[in-house]
Design a protein around this ligand. Sequence first.
Ligand code: ATP
Ligand code: MG
Length: 271
Amino acid sequence: MSLDLAESRQAPSAMTQDQPAIEVRGITHRYQTGRGEVLALRDINLSVAPGRFVGLVGPSGCGKSSLLMMMAGLVRPSEGSVAVAGAPVTRPAPERLGVVFQEASLLPWRTALENVAFPLKLRGVPRAEREARAGQLLHLVGLKGFEHRHPHELSGGMKQRVAIARGFCQDPPVLLMDEPFAALDEQTRMTLGDELLRIWDRHRKTVVFVTHGLTEAVYLCDEVVVLSGRPGEVLARIEIDLPRPRTWEMMATEHFGRLREQIWSLIRRQA
Ligand SMILES: Nc1ncnc2c1ncn2[C@@H]1O[C@H](COP(=O)(O)OP(=O)(O)OP(=O)(O)O)[C@@H](O)[C@H]1O
Ligand SMILES: [Mg+2]
């Protein structure tokens, strides 16, 4: 799989265009706990087309992270299944699907560059090649000059940028992001959101983005999936028909406000 950093926008390949990038079929999930069973998700069906940027929102505890872990093959659902590009997900497959979590989870003893290049190292990509790719991505997320710093020398926002660069370095067709900006201040979130959109626009990966930020969801996504309170069920799928590229000025428009309000009113009723 090649990482194309050319300026041109990459279209999803013709072969995969009519097949969903992610297909969730009838997922119901129960966790077994010391105090009995917790029904976390109920009958989730969701199909995501290749190259789409899809948001996943819903009240705390409704099963967003659980659903993402099932898409990633990290948790096996009690019932139902997930397919990525038509192939069933039964275990983690980092070459098909990358995950960026809320906590940057970098390797502390490795530099920013080594952290970003790590997935390629695991795939046996030669050092010069993987470091060249990692360097380009660090540049893209605004970390040129920080390549040789260790995580403890970086701010929270910088670490999150490294984690995002690593997600893209892995170069999977699908990227799952679980509240990747949650620990950051508003200004850093907005800036990183723009950086994420810029990289996504070049690489056109399929992204599933979990967030509690409704403004962030509307700003970033093509579509926002709203889950109900636990057990999580799909309440609505809201198409975000704002033009791209998105600009901060759009947030002040009536249309943006209406979309945000539509999502909020659904979530508010769950409280
Ligand atoms: N390993 C586990 N064992 C038992 N229960 C769990 C486990 N993981 C999650 N749960 C329960 O499943 C439900 C869904 O959890 P999950 O973390 O997926 O929600 P979430 O939507 O990501 O919440 P948040 O917005 O707070 O991150 C919660 O009620 C939670 O307590
Ligand atoms: Mg969560």
